[in-house]
Design a protein around this ligand. Structure first.
Ligand code: FAD
Length: 387
């Protein structure tokens, strides 16, 4: 017997997060998208505080574990309201917070998690580099031991929250000869650390409200490694990014639902040739495809979330499938929604124009569409053979 219902706790979370985000976050999405770089950080921090006060920000972080179903549920509702806020919240509470929650020492958890949950501090995760996005083995950032501390040199070129971060987790080689498995470590670098240089804010095509910048480490002094022991950085980052595919899928479905709802309202109200455009089959079919893509994306992501929570062996691959499907799905959905709005969606400043730009990020971030296919094919190829 299969039951596709959320449990009572997650149903309640979904209802509360949907109502809160619709009332408090969605009305600020356009303002955030259009904010100057100087104002963006302030607006995002206000949103993070609101989410914390509503009990949504850290909802999935339990002691030493992360509830991926709750994470999915809250993420979809937040991304539907504002993808930029989702991205910033996720970098702080999930990429940074969940990494500390899962892999940090007791002292590290006590020091950073209360602040990240209450949004009195903001976090981020800096792993990729200009020459190493999909291929993390290629990072050049390296750390050398210097007495009790470590000295880091290198540059991370695109880091969400860098302009407003109080704490960044930074991936660096500590022993290149030890390779991926044991050669990297994840450092805790605090705002104001000697040698930490945050670049000028970057202007992106979509998710424009999320503060993003490069991070230069110029003989940067870091005192701590996540978990306290060198050599586990690649495994830690890989694990959080694997789990993170569920959050990215949630972002894609959230944006997809926002597109579908707006397109449906438009299809019912806009008239052409004497009828609502939604009564033309060509328009109705677009709405049907949007609904189907969103529903399958959500099912797959929740299936992956459940597999992560229960420790199913295939959890990581199902998460890749969910990220792949939802990422490509939201690109299709945003395109269909734009077509339903036609000229009235193409104007700068409309919701559909913003959603269309935000949607395109889903196929790029944290393991591109191509990389997900590579992972699925590599792991599953033998299973495609007849028994
Ligand atoms: C808005 C935004 C926010 C970001 N935030 C962060 C952040 O907070 N922290 C952080 O560390 N990074 C961040 N990034 C970086 C992000 O993780 C990378 O952009 C992403 O992983 C892809 O890497 P890349 O851009 O270097 O692409 P590349 O790795 O250069 O890939 C380019 C193309 O080649 C393809 N390709 C590469 N290898 C293969 C292969 N083996 N098989 C088939 N195709 C392949 C890719 O699929 C892609 O189509 C962010 C990026 C953006 C745009």
């Amino acid at each position: 017997m299969i039951n596709y219902e959320l449990n009572e706790k997650d149903k309640k979370l979904q209802m509360e997060a949907a109502a809160f985000c619709a009332k408090e976050i969605a009305p600020r999405a356009k303002m955030l998208d259009e904010a100057t770089q100087a104002k963006k950080g302030e607006l995002v921090k206000e949103n993070l505080k609101k989410l914390s006060q509503a009990g949504i920000l850290g909802v999935s972080l339990g002691s030493d574990k992360v509830d991926m179903v709750s994470h999915y549920v809250a993420s979809e509702e937040l991304a539907k309201a504002c993808a930029s806020t989702f991205l910033s919240a996720r970098s702080s509470i999930f990429l940074c917070g969940a990494s500390l929650n899962l892999f940090g020492t007791k002292e590290q958890k006590e020091k950073y998690l209360p602040g990240l949950k209450s949004a009195t501090i903001v976090g981020g995760l800096a792993y990729s580099e200009e020459a190493a996005g999909s291929d993390l083995a290629g990072i050049a950032t390296a750390a050398k031991k210097d007495g009790d501390a470590w000295v880091l040199n290198g540059t991370k070129d695109i880091v969400v929250n860098a302009p407003i971060a109080d704490v960044l987790l930074v991936l660096a080689y500590t022993d290149k000869d030890a390779g991926l498995a044991k050669g990297m470590s994840l450092f805790i670098v605090e705002k104001g650390a000697k040698g930490l240089i945050i670049g000028e804010p970057l202007d992106t095509m979509g998710v424009k409200g999320a503060p993003i910048a490069s991070v230069k480490l110029d003989k940067c002094v870091a005192k701590e490694i996540v978990g306290g022991v060198a050599g586990n950085g690649y495994a830690q980052v890989s694990r959080i990014l694997d789990m993170g595919k569920i959050g990215v899928a949630a972002m894609c479905v959230g944006i997809g639902v926002a597109c579908m709802e707006r397109a449906t309202l438009h299809a019912k109200s806009r008239r052409a040739f004497g009828k609502a455009i939604g009564s033309y089959q060509e328009v109705g079919f677009k709405l049907a495809d949007m609904f189907t893509n969103n529903d399958v994306g959500r099912l797959l992501a929740l299936r992956a979330a459940w597999a992560m929570n229960t420790g199913e062996a295939e959890a990581e691959i199902i998460a890749s499938c969910a990220k792949l499907f939802a990422g490509e799905g939201v690109t299709r959905i945003a395109n269909l929604a734009m077509q339903v709005f036609a000229g009235h969606g193409y104007i700068k400043g409309t919701d559909i124009e913003r959603l269309y730009r935000d949607a395109r990020f889903g196929e790029i971030c944290e393991g591109t569409t191509e990389i997900q296919r590579v992972l699925i094919a590599k792991k599953e190829l033998d299973k495609f053979l007849p028994a």
